[in-house]
Design a binder for this molecule. Structure first.
Ligand code: NAD
Ligand code: DAU
Length: 353
């Protein structure tokens, strides 16, 4: 049976990768991409599929009840995959309100619209429908040197970003507990790959190294993130939509923990070897640390491995090379996204560090 997906935030980093992944993998699906096109949304990311008859785009805000309801009226939506969010921790520290607006209120509006569209009786929904909330490992807070986040780890977010994501997760859970609303939540670790906006560590360091600009490393650079190639995240979401038990949370991560300084040095090394042998680690600048900076994240993916057979296919060593080469091969993409407003953002963000 042909399935129709409502993908929100599909013009962003992971959402656009997900749309590419799904359209390549399945012939018999259609995807409606609903995106507000904030600074992070970029239709360039979807140029290859814009004429595909299985794909359509609606520019709208997930908080807009009328617009979202219209999408449900005009399409027989089977699955909602909610990627739409304000996603950058540093921006949440300087401007928390929009994170509550989009990540919390936007999610609640989507839940309501999906519930209204799918309800066929008292707490009964059309057969086979599901809402998937794309969440993050950051809702669990920070780890010490030992241990991993499990689905049972208590939520303990620290930043305005992670607090808004945790709050959204609790609303999704409340809709399951209260209305038996069909849902799953996935909590993934740091993604990397093509189309990531260069406010995030890997594309930012890549772009600065190429331009011989200083490389801002927060604090001592020994904070640890658990890096996952974006396609492996897309594969996991697809598997949870198809096989996830309703009401369950699934953690996604591939045990690829690396300190930030290692990532930065890896990028310098790659560019030095393949593009420009004049770059060096002298570009590194240790700047003032992020407020409330979480020291370490690490996912335990045992549940999704055992329940659904998911495993990461791309090792960090392969994935990072693919990613850096993608940015080198798409210089125009990087030039476009770093023109205009980005320059002001960059100056504001790094002026006083
Ligand atoms: P992103 O910032 O690259 O993209 C977000 C997208 O959402 C953009 O296209 C933007 O235009 C859209 N958007 C923002 N506000 C909107 C609104 N009000 N209405 C409609 N669209 C709106 O983010 P990303 O890195 O692709 O992250 C996608 C999701 O995955 C987020 O929910 C994030 O919390 C989660 N996540 C990200 C990572 C990561 O490493 N990037 C890891 C785990 C989970
Ligand atoms: O863990 C999943 C999360 O990963 C997602 O939920 C978020 O949406 C996503 O943005 C990402 O959050 P991080 O804060 O971990 O990603 P970021 O790329 O901003 O930073 C990665 C690490 O690098 C973090 O420890 C801060 C550090 N950093 C970042 C930047 C931008 C630097 O040292 N210098 C920098 O210039």
């Amino acid at each position: 049976m042909k399935k129709t997906y409502l993908v929100t935030g599909g013009a962003g980093f992971i959402g656009s990768n997900f749309i590419h992944y799904m359209l390549k993998k399945y012939d018999d699906i259609s995807i409606v991409n609903l995106d507000k096109l904030t600074y992070a949304g970029n239709l360039e990311n979807l140029k290859e599929v814009e004429d595909d008859p299985r794909y359509s785009f609606v520019q709208a805000d997930i908080r807009d009840k009328e617009a979202v309801t219209k999408v449900f009226k005009e399409n027989q939506i089977d699955y909602v995959v909610n990627f739409a969010a304000e996603s950058h921790v540093d921006r949440s520290i300087s401007n928390p309100e929009i994170f509550v607006e989009t990540n919390v209120l936007g999610t609640v509006n989507l839940l309501n619209c999906a519930k209204n569209a799918w309800l066929i009786g008292d707490d009964q929904y059309r057969e086979g429908v599901k809402y998937l909330q794309v969440s993050t490992d950051e809702v669990y807070g920070a780890l010490g040197k030992e241990g991993f986040f499990m689905e049972t780890t208590p939520l303990c977010p620290h930043s305005p970003y992670s607090s808004s994501k945790a709050s959204a997760d609790l609303f999704v859970k409340a809709y399951f507990d209260t209305y038996h609303f069909p849902m799953n939540i996935t909590r993934c670790s740091n993604n990397y790959g093509p189309y990531q906006f260069p406010e995030k560590l890997i594309p930012l360091i890549m772009n600065n190294t190429m331009g011989h600009k200083e490389l801002p490393v927060y604090g001592d650079g020994m904070q640890v993130r658990d890096w996952l190639y974006v396609e492996d995240h897309c594969k996991a979401i697809d598997m949870v939509i198809r096989g996830g038990v309703l009401g369950e949370v699934y953690n996604i991560g591939g045990h690829n923990e690396r300190p930030n300084i290692f990532i930065v040095k890896t990028i310098i090394g790659y560019i030095k070897e393949h593009v420009d042998d004049t770059v060096s680690e002298d570009l590194i600048r240790h700047v003032t640390d992020r407020k409330g900076h979480d020291r370490r994240y690490g996912i335990d993916p045992t549940k999704i491995k055992n329940a659904l057979g998911w495993y990461p296919e791309t090792t960090f060593e392969v994935g990072i090379k693919k990613t850096l080469q993608w940015y080198l091969d798409h210089e125009d993409w990087m030039k476009n996204v770093t023109s205009g407003d980005y320059q002001n953002y960059y100056k504001r963000m790094y002026a006083n560090r």
